[in-house]
Design a protein around this ligand. Structure first.
Ligand code: TYD
Length: 204
């Protein structure tokens, strides 16, 4: 499944890395070019996907069940939102995509990479982001930020070892796919991170 006209951008990073904070300014920056921007998220992005999100974020379940539900939501998301938007030439900005499944369900929760790869091939049929911004912070910073934020979901209640796994899985993905990943040092003042993000978005 290839797209020719639009651009597909994903934002990744562990909880507390601050990725979501940058969404409004990225949307604005892209809109200033006169292109249509579709901003969405995973798990979620469709009515069914948002229902699955509620279950995924709050119900305990086997990590493989979690991986399969993530990809079920993703299948719907691609069919209903992402693919049609890219086909009409829009820029799609998604808060997380399948790199999150590799980091969370595979890296941190131990689902075999081979199984995730099979689901990925089935569901995405070659569709990958053109650009992935990875917001990288040390796990301690993430945990510190989360401790002062709103009530945590089940992923946000995990401990330091989980977050260390997440970070190294994400960095591994970035090293594996350097052509689409940009790693952003998000452990600095917000204004500095904003400038880094804007510079990268300007290149796509
Ligand atoms: P998140 O994107 O951090 O949203 P919010 O900022 O509202 O908390 O929450 C989504 C959670 O889902 C996050 O903890 C990571 C997890 N997740 C996975 O474990 N696997 C996936 O494939 C995706 C897309 C998300």
């Amino acid at each position: 499944m290839k797209h020719t006209s639009g651009k597909f951008i994903s934002l990744e990073g562990m909880d507390g890395a601050g990725k979501s904070t940058h969404i409004p300014s990225i949307i604005l920056q892209l809109q200033q070019r006169g292109v249509e921007v579709v901003s969405t998220r995973e798990p979620g992005g469709t009515a069914l996907g948002e229902k699955l999100r509620e279950i995924l974020l709050h119900e305990p379940m086997h990590p493989e069940t979690e991986a399969m539900l993530m990809f079920s939501a993703r299948r719907e998301h691609i069919a209903q939102v992402i693919q049609p938007a890219l086909a009409r030439g829009a820029y799609v900005l998604t808060d997380r995509f399948s790199d999150a499944t590799y980091a969370y369900q595979c890296g941190a929760k131990g689902v075999a990479a081979e199984k995730i790869m099979q689901l990925e091939q089935w569901v995405q049929m070659g569709l990958q982001p053109d650009l992935t911004l990875l917001f990288d912070v040390p796990p301690e910073v993430s945990l510190q930020r989360l401790s002062t934020a709103r009530a945590p979901d089940k992923f946000e209640r995990e401990g330091l070892a989980f977050f260390e796994q997440l970070r190294s899985s994400y960095l591994q993905r970035a090293a594996q796919f350097p052509q689409r990943f940009r790693v952003i040092d998000a452990n600095q003042p917000l204004e500095k991170v904003k400038v880094l993000v804007a510079d990268i978005i300007a290149t796509i």
